[in-house]
Design a protein around this ligand. Sequence first.
Ligand code: ARG
Length: 394
Amino acid sequence: MSKVVLAYSGGLDTTVCIPLLKEKYGFEEVITVTVDIGQPRKEIKRAEERGNKYADKHYTVDAKKEFGEALVMLIKANGEYEGYPLGTALARPITAKKVAEIALKEGAEAVAHGATGKGNDQLRFDNVFYEYGLRVVAPMRELNLTREWEIEYAKQHGIDVPVTKDKPWSIDENIWSRSIEGGDLEKPDFVPPEEIYEWTISPQEAPDEPEIVEVGFEAGRPVSLNGEIADVFEIIEKLNEIGGKHGVGRNDMMEDRVLGLKARENYEHPAATILLTAHRDLEKLVLSRRELKFKRFVEEEWAELVYYGLTNEPLFDALNAFIDETQKRVTGWVKLRLYKGSVLPVARDSPFALYREELTSFDSLAIDQRYSEGFSRFHGLQGRLFRELMRKKE
Ligand code: ARG
């Protein structure tokens, strides 16, 4: 029997794929796989119910641990692409890998995904699937379907359609970020209505009292929240809740997709904003000026590899090794103030700080300031020589 394993979210596109894989591609058995990367429980449940109802067999795979570890690396790398903290991008290869493993176990002839031919997700899925030597079927990319056609087709096949005309948003979420796309949001000059947000309250509606949170790090990894030891998944869950309550982590941006298409994206990611702000702040206390400067280039390259779905690159391993080396001393804590959509570091400490109060303080005599006079005589020397020359030429 010819089998295909489908990466399944339970949404309209991937559900429509089930009958399509049979009718248009001739597969006899469709197996759906939903990978748990910390999307809301009700999403997993819905996917499970719909998978069991419409496909021949369904798997739910828990990849929360693996995704949590990938997120720790992202935090160490201060991972952001054009200001987007890479939630979907980082998760896709993990999802793809789980789907590929089931395809091999099931002896399936092919794997399928619901990504279109316009976005980044196709590249991220395909790269992993091809790495596993699998045949890839992508109905949304290959058949050029419109949303209207899909809705009609779904109805004909007894599939309930979750989207309605007045809420045409396309959502993608996991524990790190939630993206909202489609409908009028595709017009960059359209101001999004409040209803697109689910994780964050509007900053105007946020409490008038600010809240301080304290994040503890060990070797770059978040290990505690407000003094309580917790694993990274728990910390992210709690910070999404606390940050969301203060309207932290909304993001409305233009983004350059891998293909070169510009897209208008809306995101919310309270924990990501808080953790990345905290981590960067701690690094500034601990890392040397040169480490910080060089690491920025590494971070940019790292984020691009993740965004492009190229984490199987040997360069990715090399960058991670560099980043891990720098993180050995990134231990300590940062306090941040959350207030009406903003996150501001307000205090920090580390046993590895390269800061010494007795050296920098206005009130200290630990440094004989007269030593600096000699330094200053050479500082800017070439610039002065150049200006002098120019004056003479005039
Ligand atoms: N623009 C983001 C990215 O490329 C989010 C994509 C969301 N994906 C989706 N299928 N709706 O990672």
